[in-house]
Design a protein around this ligand. Structure first.
Ligand code: FMN
Length: 330
């Protein structure tokens, strides 16, 4: 892999992977394009050490970017050989990607996921009173499987336990001064920073609570609930994505699974809110482990629902430029 064409394909795919979601929209990734490969690194200045003490959020965000890259390459007819190798201490990249022209047709699911990259949004507004059918939730689980992700659907008693843990995690984190400072930093970015959670993605008023679910609190923004829905019951589903184990490679792959689930949900017309707050506090994380069964660790919770029919389209959150995230070496 040494041609100009391949380097250009990788550059274009990195440009599309900029749209990947990440905690606080910190975009904790850095790409290095070498002579015959592309490396994905963590950008250490974009970690959230108080919010995401274990660094799992960073790995999940980087995994999302890696999956977006895979989809962007696949839809242009490239096969990617991805080597995962998280070992940041040694300065090694999280993953190394090499590509070669594919001999297969681009499959329809890849086409749909590629188209969804530009439309996917984190939606924190009230979803509609229409529940999400099981076959749709199964399609999301199918999307996670190639990356060893499994979705645990939380209904009834499971949901009540997760909701209670989410409430407690929100309270605990609010008492943490370092957490508050990180929240402040990533919700009050300077103009043109190209990152963080802008006012337009944050709900106006107090923290939203839908039925039993309390979402992460952000400083009040300008996003409004869909008109005339104050007394509507939000019938969104709650799912927990689980990984093989907590090895950094497994969490990175779970990030790829998360991206696949979010893109598939977007294709299906669902709105999504990824939620890691409940997994960032040791006590509430332990409770989620009990809910999903101890053999597969939970890595991210997902709120999945149908947007209210007259919801305004959500504006895209900002991203840094290609030049800011990609460096090239010969
Ligand atoms: C690993 C991860 C954890 C996240 N945790 C939360 C969360 O707890 N609460 C929340 O409202 N959004 C959460 N988000 C959503 C991000 O804030 C969102 O992806 C980012 O602001 C970019 O916006 P976009 O998804 O609309 O592109 C999370 C996203 C990722 C990838």
């Amino acid at each position: 892999m040494e041609t100009v064409t391949e380097r250009r394909a990788l550059r274009e795919a990195v440009a599309r992977a900029l749209r990947a979601p990440s905690e606080h929209n910190a975009q904790p990734w850095r790409w290095v394009l070498g002579p015959d490969h592309l490396d994905l690194h963590v950008d250490p200045g974009r970690r959230l050490p108080f919010t995401d003490e274990r660094g799992h959020g960073v790995l999940l965000g980087c995994g999302c970017a890696l999956h977006h890259l895979r989809v962007a390459l696949a839809v242009r007819g490239w096969d990617a050989d991805v080597r995962h190798q998280p070992d940041e201490r040694g300065g090694r990249p999280l993953a190394r990607v090499r590509i070669h022209p594919s001999t297969r047709e681009v499959d329809p699911r890849t086409r749909r996921h590629a188209a969804a990259i530009e439309h996917r949004r984190t939606d924190r507004r009230r979803f509609s009173a229409r529940s999400v059918p099981t076959d749709v939730l199964e399609a999301l689980d199918d999307a996670a499987r190639p990356f060893d992700g499994v979705l645990h659907l939380a209904f009834g008693g499971d949901r009540a336990m997760v909701a209670e843990a989410m409430r407690e995690a929100a309270e605990r984190q609010r008492e943490n001064v370092g957490y508050a400072a990180e929240l402040q930093r990533w919700t009050h970015r300077y103009a043109g920073a190209g990152d963080g959670i802008p006012a337009g993605a944050r709900l106006e008023g107090p923290p939203p609570s839908y039925r039993d679910l309390v979402l992460r609190w952000f400083p009040s923004g300008t996003l409004r609930q869909p008109r005339g829905t104050a007394d509507h019951r939000d019938e969104s589903a709650l799912a927990i994505l689980t990984a093989v184990d907590e090895h950094p490679v497994s969490v990175l792959r779970a990030g790829e699974a998360l991206s696949a689930v979010l893109l598939e949900a977007t294709v299906q017309g669902l709105g999504t809110t990824p939620i890691t707050q409940v997994l960032e506090v040791p006590e509430t994380r332990a409770r989620l482990r009990n809910v999903v069964g101890a053999h597969r660790p939970p890595v991210v919770a997902l709120r999945l629902g149908w947007p209210e029919p007259f919801s305004e389209p959500l504006p895209a959150t900002p991203r840094r430029s290609l030049e800011q995230v990609l460096s090239e070496v010969d």
